[in-house]
Design a protein around this ligand. Structure first.
Ligand code: NAP
Length: 469
């Protein structure tokens, strides 16, 4: 309990890993009531819409995230956009503290000519599309490209390359939306080039994700041994970091292999900086400049230009946070300025306002990194709790009434469970374990059915039609 016997009321913005881990830490000792808001009708953020569909083990983390949100002191309120449906002022009127964990939804830009040609996409858009994100246009990708270039050498680039090279038959067991699976089944992709501007020792992927590329059915992985030659700085890096050495071993192994003449090829290139995307109306290739690193591992140009044909370009060069109206925002880092999770206004900690996850520290780390990060923020919040002025509106139903008055259809926890069940039902009709619903209106229809039924079950087979997905 909070000092005066009331429950401390906290609004958590975002139900991705950072928001859920913060909720877990907040509810651990009792006496804290948490409302978790999400702009989407469903929880789990990037675990649902960022993790690749062919990574079920990572996705299974939703099981433990689900258990946190299932807590009696927690309410999930989906389909509510903080900053739009509810202002920061609204949140402060109804909650003693606001904790923002809304991630980093924007994709970074290359800033090169031709970047906006047809056929050039951000990995964020591609990943959102294949994961059935309700804001992703269903016909955005056709995969009618023989050659695809993926710029960047982080785990997102590896995910995207693997998904594009993987035979569609291997994707049938996933929960890909039906329309996405159809596009993968008709994919014309034969060659995927993943390109880094620095060397193999500076690549951002993790060894586990890299190694997986070698296990794909009917795919040759091609690496030029010359690309792997290590300068002094890279050698020092490899000797300091066993993980770098492990990745280099994998790459050297591939560089020595003779291609088997398989249906698809996955090429990994290093030391190439994109100069421009080529093409008049749509992408026809990329012009690169060969790079080298100096003794501080900083990449510099050589003036040596190379052209490569491609019909599709994907930039997988990192994410960037989005400002939340009313809160300070650092445009350069894409984060909300903070000290150990306390939002800084003009450099001074603002009591009652907190951040966690990518919007706090930038888009780095794996899912588990967010638990430590959220614990730090919640420790700061709980340390401040005794001094936080109580929110003027204390009736928990008041926020629901406010949303209803504004015409916002908030999705409850039972509503989300109904969507989840409807996706299982839909999968069955396609002879698959599950198929995602990617249409927001259909999700809302399924959710309201769940609320009506009380236990989140949808027994109505007419509720969803295949053409809805
Ligand atoms: P990232 O790890 O930061 O990688 C970004 C890549 O883009 C780097 O290779 C970077 O090269 C390159 N890049 C940046 N700006 C560029 C430019 N202007 N021109 C050319 N290349 C450029 O970002 P991410 O791949 O988006 O991943 C974000 C986070 O999510 C990471 O922490 C990642 O590990 C995590 N994630 C994990 C998994 C998993 O565990 N399976 C899956 C997906 C994502 P430089 O190094 O030269 O800057």
């Amino acid at each position: 309990m909070w000092p005066n016997g009331m429950a401390l009321r906290v609004a958590v913005i975002g139900s991705g890993p950072a928001g859920v881990y913060a909720t877990e830490a907040l509810t651990r000792q009792g006496g804290v009531a948490v409302d978790v808001f999400d702009a989407l009708p469903c929880p789990f953020g990037l675990v649902r819409y960022g993790v690749a569909p062919d990574h079920p083990k990572i996705r299974s983390i939703t099981g433990s995230l689900h258990a946190v949100l299932d807590h009696p002191d927690v309410r999930f309120l989906g389909n509510v956009k903080a900053g739009v449906d509810l202002t920061l002022e609204d949140l402060h009127r109804h909650y003693d503290a606001v904790l923002v964990a809304n991630g980093a939804a924007e994709s970074r830009r290359l800033g090169i000519p031709g970047e906006d040609l047809a056929g050039s996409f951000s990995a964020t858009d591609l990943v959102a599309w294949y994961n059935g994100h309700p804001d992703a246009p269903i016909d955005q990708f056709t995969l009618r490209a023989r050659t695809v270039i993926v710029v960047g050498m982080g785990n997102v680039a590896i995910d995207v390359a693997r998904m594009l090279a993987r035979p569609a038959a291997d994707l049938r067991g996933t929960d890909l939306p039906a329309h996405v699976l159809r596009v993968f089944e008709r994919s014309e992709v034969q060659d995927v080039h993943v390109v880094a501007r620095r060397g193999s020792a500076q690549a951002k992927f993790t060894t586990k994700e890299l190694r997986e590329l070698g296990d794909l059915t009917d795919v040759d992985v091609l690496v030029d041994a010359q690309d792997l030659a290590l300068d002094q700085a890279s050698q020092a890096m490899a000797s300091r970091h066993p993980s770098v050495r492990r990745s280099l071993d994998v790459l050297h192994d591939w560089a020595q292999r003779t291609p088997h003449g398989r249906a698809r090829r996955l090429h990994l290139h290093f030391w190439l900086r994109p100069v421009r995307a080529l093409g008049k109306d749509r992408v026809s290739g990329v012009e690169w400049e060969r790079m080298r690193v100096d003794d501080r591992a900083v990449a510099g140009p050589t003036g040596n230009l190379i052209r490569q044909d491609a019909q599709m370009l994907v930039r997988a060069i990192g994410y960037h946070g989005r400002a939340l109206p009313g809160l300070p925002f650092d445009e350069t880092t894409g984060t909300i300025p903070n000290a150990a999770g306390r939002v800084l206004r003009d450099g001074i900690p603002s009591h009652g306002e907190y951040v966690a996850g990518w919007i706090k520290r930038g888009p780095t780390g794996v899912i588990g990194t967010n638990r430590r990060d959220a614990n730090e923020t919640v420790a700061a919040l709980l340390a401040d709790a005794a001094e936080l002025p109580p929110a003027p509106v204390r009736d928990p139903d008041a926020i629901l009434e406010l949303l209803a008055r504004r015409g916002v259809r908030a999705v409850s926890w039972s509503g989300w469970n109904a969507i989840d069940l409807a996706e299982t039902d839909l999968g069955r009709t396609h002879d698959r374990p599950k198929a995602r619903i990617s249409d927001r209106a259909v999700m809302l229809r399924a959710a309201s059915q769940g609320t009506d039924l009380g236990d989140g079950r949808s027994d109505n087979p007419e509720l969803l039609r295949p053409q809805d997905v």
